[in-house]
Design a protein. Sequence first.
Length: 128
Amino acid sequence: MLNKQEHLKLIKEKGRFVVDCSHDIFSNEQIEILEKYGHWFMALTTGELEPITDLQRDFVLVATHKEEAFSLEEIAWFRYLGRKAVEAKHGDRLKQHYQSEDDTFYNREMLTSQRRMMFGEMKKNHNM
């Protein structure tokens, strides 16, 4: 299974992927996925690596706009490619209107933590 070894080697050698666009449209989980697997996603999308599983084939179809994004990884990569295209087209004009400030009173990480706590309580109370 030489292809699997190529995939693992690429992920190991490239290391952390730099999400070089605005992070405003991504959740923390999506940023983590992109940073961990972005080089691999790029290699699959550009054809540097051939997909070896059905999930990877589906991923390539999503990246080439032939299928709808479904998994967390597909959605994150689809958003990344879309954001890169928008920023390439509109450049710095976006940054003037959509500056996000990290509000220390209530930020995205607090929201994520609060949602986890809320859904944990709901699950516990409703025996889900």
